[in-house]
Every structure is written in structure tokens, then in C-alpha cells.
Ligand binder design. Structure first.
Ligand code: CYC
Length: 184
């Protein structure tokens, strides 16, 4: 498992070289933008159960066969496994975002997941849909663009300092996309 720092060390060592000035400057901005990153991780982690349950509910709402006999969220044992998998995926996305590196997500969550799902008959298109909804809702929490109209009683504004979060948002989005492409 690597993070932004150990990734730079491994890359430099592979070239038998010292860290280049561009690598150092990338790490300098990783540090100087660190609070923003922590706010983003917190925005996702502290809303995780809402993000997961909303995404799985949305996925089922769009495809109700999942909770009928023969569907992969039926009976409750499978529904519970599905909710748990949503939590696992979101948790590893937050780890990757914290570390600034996808390796923890790849090695500990995605490696072999497609094969496991194939063996168990878990539909990957539905899983991908749930991950897509988790992505939309997580990015809304990171940017505080979630609306009271969509959130209802559960609406929660993070109220973090406002600023340019475009790079961080794109990075977070890439981890969700990585999950979707690992399954397809
Ligand atoms: C640390 C990383 C890690 C991951 C990622 C993981 C996933 C994982 N999900 C599983 C099952 C499962 N996963 C689902 C998920 C779903 N079914 C659906 O219809 C939906 C599309 C979807 C939810 C979005 C279901 C229903 C099962 C149980 C399948 C069965 O037993 O028939 C299993 C088989 C063992 C078990 O049931 O616990 C694994 C290993 N386990 C891990 O340890």
C-alpha cells in the first residue's frame, strides 16, 4: 500500500535517482492543500451511512427485480451483504483520498472483486449504478452542493471553508470511476 510520499520514493528508487524538483513540488502542494483533503475525507466519511443507504435504495428503486425472488438483494441476507459491500467500497475510496493514492483501494478492495461477483452472481451493472450514485452524493457533500430539496430530513451541510476544490473533486471522482471500471 502506497501514499503520495511512498509512491514518490518508489518511483525515484526505480530510476536509482533522487526526487526530482517536480516531484517535490507536487508533494509540497499535497501538504499545503492537506486541510482541504482532510475536509473532503470527513465530508464523505461522516455521511457514509446516508450515502450508502441512499445509493443502494436508489439502485433498487430503479431495478426492483433485485429484491424479488431470484434477485441478488433477496432475501435479507443478500440485502445486508449488498449494503455492507457499499460501505466497504466507500470506506476504501476515503482511504485512497486520504492517502492521495489508489493502491489501497486496488490491493485491498478491488483485486479479485469482479471474479468474486461473477462467482456469486452479483450483478456488476447494478453495483456500478450504486457506486455512481455514491459518487454523485459524495462529491456533493465534498463541495456542499447537496440541496435540502433532495436531502429532505437528512439534509446536512458540511459548512467547510469555501475555495477551489476542483482538483480534489476530480481526484475523488477518479477513485469511484476506478471501482466502476474494475467491475466492468
Ligand atoms: C475488503 C474487501 C471486500 C469486498 C469488496 C468484499 C465483497 C464481497 N461481497 C460478497 C457477497 C455479496 N455481495 C453482494 C452485493 C450486491 N448484490 C446486489 O444485487 C447488489 C448489486 C450488490 C450491492 C451493491 C451480495 C448480495 C453478496 C452475497 C451473495 C451471496 O451470498 O449469494 C462476498 C462473498 C462473501 C460474503 O458474502 O461476505 C465478498 C467477498 N468482501 C471483502 O472483504
Amino acid at each position: 500500500m502506497l501514499d503520495a510520499f511512498s509512491r514518490a520514493v518508489v518511483a525515484a528508487d526505480a530510476k536509482t535517482g533522487t526526487l526530482s524538483s517536480s516531484e517535490i513540488s507536487a508533494l509540497r502542494s499535497f501538504v499545503s492543500e492537506g486541510n482541504k483533503r482532510l475536509d473532503a475525507v470527513n465530508a464523505i466519511a461522516s455521511n457514509a451511512s446516508c450515502i450508502v443507504s441512499d445509493a443502494i435504495a436508489g439502485m433498487i428503486c430503479e431495478n426492483q427485480g433485485l429484491i424479488q425472488a431470484g434477485g441478488n438483494c433477496y432475501p435479507n441476507r443478500r440485502m445486508a451483504a449488498c449494503l455492507r459491500d457499499g460501505e466497504i467500497v466507500l470506506r476504501y475510496v476515503t482511504y485512497a483520498l486520504l492517502a492521495g493514492d489508489a493502491s489501497v483501494l486496488d490491493d485491498r478492495c478491488l483485486n479479485g472483486l469482479k471474479e468474486t461477483y461473477a462467482a456469486l452472481g452479483v450483478p456488476t451493472t447494478s453495483t456500478a449504478r450504486a457506486v455512481q450514485i455514491m459518487k454523485a452524493s459524495s462529491l456533493a457533500h465534498v463541495n456542499d452542493t447537496n440541496s435540502e430539496a433532495a436531502g429532505g430530513k437528512r439534509y446536512r451541510r458540511m459548512g467547510s471553508a469555501q475555495g477551489d476544490c476542483s482538483a480534489l473533486t476530480a481526484e475523488a471522482a477518479s477513485y469511484f470511476d476506478r471501482v466502476i471500471s474494475a467491475l466492468s
